[in-house]
Ligand binder design. Structure first.
Ligand SMILES: *Cc1c(COP(=O)(O)O)cnc(C)c1O
Ligand code: SF4
Length: 373
């Protein structure tokens, strides 16, 4: 494996500083070509995609790319592909009807007890598989301070909401002070019991987890408001020592960390990769929560794979590794239908007196039906 040497002269004090990483994000064709050397088709793809979908990559994430492999899973998540411009039949502009279920701008309220708050539209990196790629990084749709106030006001007026997902964009694009203000506002609302911070910074910019952020999390956790962090590792190669330290730092504040992996064709759509990823996550004290089936967003068709493939991965995990490492496989339904969980069938048949199951080894085991009706 060969990595970029573009950053060998950078002082560790700069490299480990998220502000340096943020400032030095790669956004132009020349910078990207200079750092990792692009194939001609990648240059063409960059030029044709850049006006439709935003590009930015942290030096840290770029440094994980294996230069000897044009199909490197890190490369494919970060570098634009010409396939992003293809639209497949059945794909939708806003596949989860997030805009339709907005009672106020910046808040999607789909389930009775949960609401999703768009705290910012900026991200450290713009992931090529992003379901919100139509709008992330777009200044025209960014939330101003006023909108955030209106969204928080709606939550305050809606007693059914007990769980608020702070999303975006990536909320860790906000300052620690601003995050503290949001947590404070939520803590002051009697009916809000849970705040989830949804961020991919642990993967793309783990340096962002500085002592100031740890202080904010520690101070904002209370009996009244439980804060959980939801992150987004997709491949074992993202589980670096730096990411591990960031996770430990978060967990040490009393904040549980859960992972939502997106099932991505050619990146993690096989049992070996997901097994390795989930083993590593558990060692980092991160619980694999969901495997998300890629939704019907435009521009991600080349990443989508079949439901059968997803089910076969769950089947390959259950019984073969610690049950803690077996997430739920969910499909987010179009038109705001919500998430449904899919489980591989383990019941083979039912007779009058028995149910016959198939276990993880493929062995059929008959269990007598013994219960009161
Ligand atoms: C995914 C999602 C949630 C949270 O779902 P959980 O299954 O509770 O994790 C809430 N609101 C919206 C709009 C979502 O897309
Ligand atoms: S960090 Fe999240 S919101 Fe931002 S581009 Fe990546 S997947 Fe999309």
């Amino acid at each position: 494996m060969r990595h970029t040497t573009a950053y060998t002269d950078i002082a560790p004090s700069d490299w480990d500083n998220w502000r340096w990483q943020q400032r030095n994000r790669v956004r132009t064709l020349d910078e990207l070509d200079g750092a990792i050397g692009l194939a001609p088709y990648e240059k063409n793809a960059f030029t044709s995609c850049k006006d439709r979908f935003k590009v930015a990559i942290t030096p840290y994430y770029l440094g994980l790319i294996d230069l000897d492999d044009l199909n490197c899973p890190i490369r494919k998540q970060a570098i634009p592909s010409a396939e992003e411009l293809l639209t497949w039949p059945g794909e939708l502009e806003d596949p989860l009807a997030e805009e339709k279920h907005m009672p106020v701008p910046g808040l999607t309220h789909r389930y009775p007890d949960r609401a999703l708050l768009y705290a910012t539209h900026n991200c450290a990196m713009y992931c090529r598989f992003c379901t919100r790629k139509r709008k992330v990084g777009n200044a025209a749709t960014a939330l101003g301070k006023v909108d955030l106030t209106a969204a928080l006001e709606h939550i305050r007026r809606t007693p059914a909401i007990r769980d608020v997902i702070i999303s975006g964009g990536d909320p860790l694009s906000l300052s620690n002070e601003r995050l503290a203000t949001i947590f404070d506002a939520l803590a002051s609302i009697e009916h809000v019991e849970i705040a989830r911070l949804g961020t991919r910074n642990l993967v793309t910019l783990p340096q962002r987890v500085d002592s100031g952020l740890a202080d904010v999390l520690r101070a904002s956790q209370s009996r009244h408001l439980a804060i959980w962090l939801m992150t987004h590792f997709n491949h074992p190669r993202e589980c670096t020592e730096t990411a591990h330290q960031a996770c430990e730092r978060i967990v040490a504040t009393g904040t549980p960390v859960q992972n939502q992996m997106v099932l991505l064709r050619g990146i993690n759509d096989n049992i070996e990769t997901v097994t390795e990823l989930n083993k590593r996550l558990l060692r980092m004290r991160v619980k694999p929560y969901y495997i998300l089936h890629a939704d019907l967003a435009q521009g991600i068709g080349h990443f989508r794979t079949s439901i059968e493939r997803g089910l076969s991965i769950i089947k390959g995990l259950r019984g073969h590794m610690s049950g803690l490492g077996v997430p739920q496989y969910v499909v987010d339904l179009p038109d705001g239908g919500g998430k449904v969980a899919l489980v591989p069938e383990s019941k083979v048949r039912t007779t009058e007196k028995h149910i016959i199951f198939r276990n993880y080894q493929g062995r059929e085991i008959s269990v007598p039906i013994v219960h009161q009706s």
